[in-house]
Each structure stands twice: as structure tokens, then as C-alpha cells.
Design a protein around this ligand. Structure first.
Ligand code: KE4
Length: 438
């Protein structure tokens, strides 16, 4: 604690707000949905994150998903040091891009060709541009509560920080752009069918998070993804899976492998960069061969495919294995069950949605299967729970509408410690009707 009695994080946050809008470089980090000043992070290792005041906590943000192997794995740090010593960026082709692209196709065969970019936002923006060029159509169908980065076409009823901050449709998105974005309801094929019927042949693409993560975690119901595939085929629209979260998370082949539905294009990010800035889009060869310089659809990037990010991504993918997913899935179930049990004991309404090693506890009595259900959750209760966990050595996502991520570095002991903290935090909250289910 500094002499003035304020924490280092509080002092840094005050300084940060004098140069960075809201004191952060991405909105959800500002804790506006949960209150208080965000801890400024000094270092992290394994499953733990340490702030500038020396507080160490079990981390379930994990950089919002990329760190499936945990913070700073020693082997990855060694690979990065060796790579950096040979140069950090060339703006020229390297073998590392070919190696990572080949690894991606091996894990996700639907990506017959792949292009690396620097973020998930770039990936989805580029995939939509390609779909519009390939079909000669302009309209895109997305789902309320899904988030596909901050590209204009997607900031319409968007999830993640847009919903967290209460601005799901952002100012600055021109009405002309928003007019080409049509919004359906997740897990509701009828809502998609009605849009397609009304739009006839004007829909270029439908983009979906095959496992929604940005309204909190909402799994696809049986037949939903298959139904989207059929509807896109019937109407000549490109099916885009935004697997920025689910890719290499819900299985080594992502949601498309876990649920057995092949998209035309896939967007990737997070894990594919091993914690460094990487995004990618890829898919059918006949589509991707239309991307410059193979074809006319322009897309470019100074740092696309840079050696450090490629090395980190290759290391991350090469260390994925069936035993790792078995352990991660078991940890996910262990934590989900523990949170649900703790809420039942405290007689607080809680629904826990979990897919593999990503989950969300929703403070509501009703099952959460879409954006309406997610936004009906008690966000004030989540904020109280969040503060209780933060005070007890656990660092969950500072928003009801995000996923809790586990990693190879989390142990059953970490989960037990987290459930114990949850039990105490929930006990301290107002008593509610019993109905914790998952
Ligand atoms: P980035 O541009 O942030 O790399 O990726 C955008 C994106 C695209 N698609 C999906 C499904 C995503 O979840 C994201 C980004 N996810 C958020 C967290 N849910 C990033 C965190 C943040 O914005 O600070």
C-alpha cells in the first residue's frame, strides 16, 4: 500500500485514466460492471496472477481465453527468446507461417487454406468481406449476444463488452452498415428461417459462435448448428463459424469437430497465438483463393504472420493432446458442479453453463439458452459475487457476460480452493430461493 494509503493499482488506474480512455485498452477490463478499481497486473505464472500490490489470485480470465497452457510456460518462454534473437518481424514470408498453417489444417481440415492476421476482429472482418465478394451479396446474419470483434458490421446487438457496458449497438456504426446486419436469436432456427425467407437471395453470410461465449457461455442445442448448415446451403449463404473462443478450446478441432458440422469459413484467434496477437481466417479453397494476392479480395497486415506470434502459436498447438482435453473437461465439470452446489447451499438462484474448460455462472433461476435468458440474469448479484471472490484470492472475469477459462496449469486443488471461496462469498450474499442447477 502506498504512503497515501491507496493501493498501487488505484494510483496506477488514476494515472491511466489521464492517458487511456477509461484507463484501459479494452473496455471490459475497467471493472465498470463490477465496481472498484481493477488490479494492475505485475506478473503471472501458471494459473496465478499477481497485481502491483503483491496480491496473488487464481486466474479464470486467462487473458480471455488464449492461455490454455497457463501463464508463461517455461518452454514457451524459451522458444520466444530464441525466436526473438533471430528478429521479431520481417514483413516477408517465413517457414513459421507455413508450419502453423499446416498445423491448423491438420487440426481443422475444413481450413483448406488459411490467412493469418493480428486479431479475431481482423479475422471476422476479412471473412465477411470475402463472403460478400464470393456471393455478390451484402447482408449478414448474426445472433443477438454473439460478439465477433469490433468491426462495424458486427457491433449490432453484440455481446461481450458491448453488452457489459450496456451498448450492444455502438454509436458510430453508420445506419447504412447496420442495415445490412440482420439479427437472429441463438438456438432458434425459426428466427433464422424467417430472416432468410424475407431476405431471399440477399444474405451473403451467416456468422455464429458455434459455442457462444460472449453472452456468457451458451452451448448450441441439439440440431441448431446442423440446421444453420442446411439453411445456408438452401439459400446460398456462406456459413462462418467464429471459433475465436471455441477453436482448440472445446476440442483440438474446435466446435466444428466437437459437434460435427463443417462451416465454409472459420475465424480463429486467442489460443492460435499462444498469448501473442494472432487471428486467422480460412476455409474452402475456392473461397480463400479469392483473397489477394491469389485473387482480388484485398486484405493485408504489417505484422501478419510475424515470427514471434507464429512460434507461440505453433508451440501452443503442438502441446494439445487428448489427455490434456480429458483433464481440462474434468476440471470444467468439477468447477461447474462446485459452483452450483455452493449456490444451492446458500439458497441462491444459479445456472452454470459449461462446455469443456470454459463456463459461466448465471445468477438466474431459469436455464440460459439465448441472449434474452442471459440478460435476464442478476448482474448486480454477479458483481457482488465477483467482489467476494476477488477478496478471497480468485480472479474471475469482471462481467456476467464472459467465460471463465481453465488451463493446463489449473489443478483440482485450485478448483477446490475456488469452490471454497465461492461458498463463502455466496453465503455472504442476500439469501434467495433455492434453484441452483446446471
Ligand atoms: P479480438 O479482436 O479481441 O482478438 O477478437 C474479437 C473476438 C471475435 N470473436 C469472438 C468469439 C470473440 O470472443 C472475440 C473477442 N473476445 C473478447 C472476450 N469475450 C475479447 C476481450 C476484450 O474485448 O477485451
Amino acid at each position: 500500500m502506498s504512503p497515501a494509503g491507496r493501493s498501487q493499482s488505484a494510483r496506477l488506474f488514476a494515472r491511466a485514466r489521464r492517458i487511456l480512455p477509461g484507463g484501459v485498452d479494452s473496455p471490459v477490463r475497467a471493472f465498470s460492471a463490477v465496481g472498484g478499481a481493477p488490479p494492475f497486473i505485475r506478473r503471472a505464472h501458471g494459473a496465478r496472477i499477481e497485481d502491483e500490490d503483491g496480491r496473488s489470485r487464481i486466474d479464470f480470465v486467462m487473458s480471455w481465453g488464449p492461455l490454455i497452457h497457463g501463464h508463461a510456460p517455461p518452454e514457451l518462454i524459451r522458444v520466444l527468446a530464441e525466436t526473438a534473437a533471430r528478429g521479431t518481424s520481417f514483413g516477408a514470408p517465413t517457414a513459421a507461417e507455413v508450419d502453423l498453417g499446416t498445423a491448423v489444417r491438420r487440426l481443422m481440415p475444413s481450413l483448406e487454406r488459411v490467412r493469418f492476421v493480428n486479431s479475431g476482429t481482423e479475422a471476422t472482418m476479412s471473412a465477411l468481406r470475402l463472403a460478400r465478394a464470393a456471393t455478390g451479396r451484402n447482408r449478414v446474419v448474426k445472433f443477438a449476444g454473439c460478439y465477433h470483434g469490433h468491426g462495424d458490421p458486427f457491433l449490432v446487438q453484440a455481446g461481450s463488452g458491448a453488452t457489459t457496458l450496456g451498448v450492444p449497438t455502438s454509436p458510430g456504426v453508420s445506419p447504412a452498415v447496420a442495415a445490412d446486419t440482420l439479427v437472429a436469436r441463438y438456438n432458434d432456427l425459426g428466427s433464422v428461417e424467417r430472416l432468410f425467407r424475407r431476405q431471399r437471395d440477399r444474405v451473403a453470410a451467416l456468422i455464429v459462435e458455434p459455442v457462444a461465449g460472449n453472452m456468457g457461455v451458451v452451448p448450441p442445442e441439439t440440431g441448431f448448428l446442423e440446421g444453420l448448415r442446411t439453411l445456408c446451403d438452401e439459400h446460398g449463404a456462406i456459413l462462418i463459424f467464429d471459433e475465436v473462443i471455441s477453436g482448440f478450446r472445446v476440442s483440438a478441432g474446435g466446435a466444428q469437430a466437437r459437434f460435427g458440422v463443417r462451416p465454409d469459413l472459420t475465424c480463429l484467434g486467442k489460443i492460435i497465438g499462444g498469448g501473442l496477437p494472432v487471428g486467422a481466417y480460412g476455409g474452402r479453397r475456392d473461397l480463400m483463393e479469392q483473397v489477394a494476392p491469389a485473387g482480388p479480395v484485398y486484405q493485408a497486415g504489417t505484422l501478419s504472420g510475424n515470427p514471434l506470434a507464429m512460434a507461440a502459436g505453433s508451440w501452443a498447438l503442438s502441446n494439445l493432446s487428448p489427455p490434456l482435453y480429458a483433464r481440462l473437461d474434468a476440471l470444467g465439470d468439477h468447477l461447474a458442479d462446485g459452483l452450483a452446489d455452493a449456490a444451492r447451499e446458500a439458497r441462491i438462484d444459479l445456472q452454470v453453463n459449461v462446455v469443456g474448460s470454459v463456463l459461466t455462472p448465471f445468477f438466474t433461476a431459469e436455464p440460459v439458452r439465448d441472449y434474452e435468458g442471459a440478460t435476464a440474469a442478476d448482474t448486480a448479484a454477479y458483481a457482488r459475487f465477483f467482489r467476494g471472490m476477488l477478496a478471497r484470492g480468485v480472479y474471475p472475469p469482471p462481467s456476467q457476460f464472459e467465460g471463465w477459462f481453465l488451463s493446463a496449469a489449473h489443478t483440482a486443488g485450485d478448483v477446490d480452493e475456488t469452490v471454497a471461496a465461492a461458498r463463502a462469498a455466496l453465503r455472504g450474499m442476500r439469501r434467495r430461493r433455492p434453484a441452483a442447477t446446471r
